[in-house]
Ligand binder design. Structure first.
Ligand SMILES: Cc1cc2nc3c(=O)[nH]c(=O)nc-3n(C[C@H](O)[C@H](O)[C@H](O)COP(=O)(O)OP(=O)(O)OC[C@H]3O[C@@H](n4cnc5c(N)ncnc54)[C@H](O)[C@@H]3O)c2cc1C
Length: 476
């Protein structure tokens, strides 16, 4: 690779890694995007929607990729990188949509997908210990065959790995009932430069034994503090009875009112509120749509729960709609076809995940729908609220646009302006990456403390230096 001349640290690292029988080394790129498909996105890129636009404009990234076969090999690569003054970009499924594992600078990509074993499982203790490169849906299928579930269902479950989900603070569709990834990680094992592999959290206690909860620093650290090699995850038995209901409501406000009551009840495992923009575009429904899933160990209890959902929805002016939930459930993991169609029509798409307290969710939803639709080059905007908490909800706006860089960046600066003015958060589950680098200041003291931790744990800046920690040098 010609650019190795400008990357002496990488050259030294490759010399060491080349002789390791437990590491596969290859050179990848430049990528082609004839018709982009998320299931076949080319290395070295992750799935940030900006990359195909840049490739169209002549961006030709190349990179070296190391695939370790064992935890020992990961430890050797991390130590070799620290000694060589080189950097590493940990990588799972590459499905993050924010440029969190960017193929920039002189870094070696550390592809962890060969660490994909289920190490240990206990149905009695309700825990599975799994290697970080295991794909979420594969772990789920393995558990389902034994009558258990992770209860973690991001739309990207067939792409995302366990390690990538932890590193990105991922969130699945059942978050209202079962929590997010941070609620599922009992412990994790991570390789830190100079420290080797450490176990954070506890294998022996269902909660709280570990004192100040250091493991949480790594959940959402986007590959910048340590390489997660395995995790102990909470599992649960598959539910015996489940039910799904969908209601048409007069508008987003009424839907939000019902969703709030159901959230505070804590009985729904899935809540999804479609704004009329999305309900009409995807399902031809005039009004908002609220979808609800419930589960119970007993049929009578399930029926009582469904009765309560019906009562809450009716009180907000809701009436049952047939077929919408079923259509959504059938297509919920199928994104390639939509992406292919948009690209073929000369268009492109990005999704915007924000969150706000109850008092501001409706304003934020409306503001983003209106502001983004007014940007030249934006073709359509639709939204739904996907995750609900006692304090508020997350929003998900889908923006279809012409393939123009100016349109792309104007969309994001409008989003930043809206969340700053209204008092909301600029990401709920997608994370920061390169995309939100200009807005890291929104993190305030969180970022200053994170940078102290980064500078202490990884003084050589070995791990993902171009990602979320890339502004730490300015923070000091
Ligand atoms: C169609 C589609 C739908 C999506 N839906 C959802 C959704 O419903 N919910 C959701 O939360 N996200 C969603 N995402 C985003 C994405 O799937 C998540 O961010 C996911 O958690 C990334 O996992 P990954 O294994 O692909 O990680 P990667 O993209 O490979 O990496 C993500 C980050 O984690 C770091 N990393 C990866 N593995 C490790 C490791 N073992 N140790 C340390 N750091 C590591 C990388 O350096 C990088 O910074 C979606 C993406 C797509 C394309």
């Amino acid at each position: 690779m010609a650019r190795l001349g400008g990357c002496p640290g990488l050259g030294r690292l490759l010399e060491k890694v080349r002789g390791d029988p437990e590491v596969e080394l290859s050179e990848v790129g430049p990528p082609e995007f004839d018709v982009p498909q998320f299931s076949r996105w080319p290395l070295p890129l992750d799935m940030w929607p900006l990359w195909p636009l840049l490739v169209e404009k002549g961006f030709r990234p190349r990179a070296y990729v190391a695939k370790p076969r064992s935890r020992g090999a990961v430890e050797r690569i991390v130590e070799a990188a620290a000694e060589a003054g080189a950097c590493l970009v940990p990588r799972g499924g590459g499905s993050n949509v924010v440029g969190a594992s960017p193929p920039l600078g002189c870094c070696l990509i550390l592809d962890l997908r060969m660490l994909d074993k289920i190490l240990w499982f206990s149905g009695e203790d309700l825990v599975v210990h799994v290697e970080a490169g295991a794909v979420v849906s594969k772990v789920e299928e393995w558990l389902n065959r034994r009558g258990y579930t992770l209860g973690y269902h991001p739309q990207s479950q067939s792409l995302a790995t366990v390690g990538g989900s932890i590193a990105m603070l991922g969130s699945g569709a059942l978050a209202p009932g079962l929590g997010n990834i941070e609620d599922m990680v009992l412990w994790l094992e991570t390789v830190i430069p100079g420290l080797g592999t450490v176990t954070l959290g506890s294998r022996n206690s269902p909660r709280g034994w570990e004192g100040p909860g250091v493991k949480h620093l790594f959940i959402g650290s986007e590959g910048s503090l340590g390489v997660v090699v395995s995790a102990g995850l909470r599992v649960r038995p598959l539910p015996e009875f489940t039910g799904a209901l969908a209601y048409r409501l007069p508008g987003f406000r009424e839907g939000l009112e019902a969703a709030r009551r159901l959230t505070l009840w804590r009985g729904a495992r899935l809540l999804r509120l479609l704004d009329p923009s999305e309900a009409s575009m995807l399902y031809g429904v005039d009004g908002a749509v609220l979808m609800v899933e419930v589960e119970a160990p007993d049929r009578g209890l399930l029926e009582a729960m469904e009765g309560y959902v019906e009562k809450v929805a009716s009180a907000s002016g809701g009436s049952r709609v047939e077929g919408v939930y079923e259509k959504w459930a059938r297509a919920r993991y199928m994104y390639d076809e939509h992406v292919r169609q948009l690209w073929s029509a000369g268009l492109w798409v990005d999704t915007i995940d924000t969150a706000a307290p109850w008092s501001r969710v409706e304003d934020l939803n409306r503001r983003l729908l209106e502001d983004l639709a007014g940007i030249p080059g934006v073709v359509a905007v639709m939204s739904h609220a996907g995750h609900f908490y006692s304090g508020g909800a997350s929003l998900y706006h889908t923006v279809v646009m012409e393939r123009r860089l100016d349109t792309y960046w104007r969309v994001w600066s409008r989003v930043a302006e809206a969340v700053r003015q209204l008092g909301a958060s600029i990401t709920h589950q997608h994370g920061w990456g390169l995309l939100r680098k200009p807005y890291l200041g929104f993190l305030g003291g969180n970022y200053r403390v994170f940078c102290r931790v980064k500078n202490t744990l990884d003084p050589g800046n070995v791990l993902n230096p171009n990602g979320i920690s890339s502004r730490c040098s300015r923070v000091g």
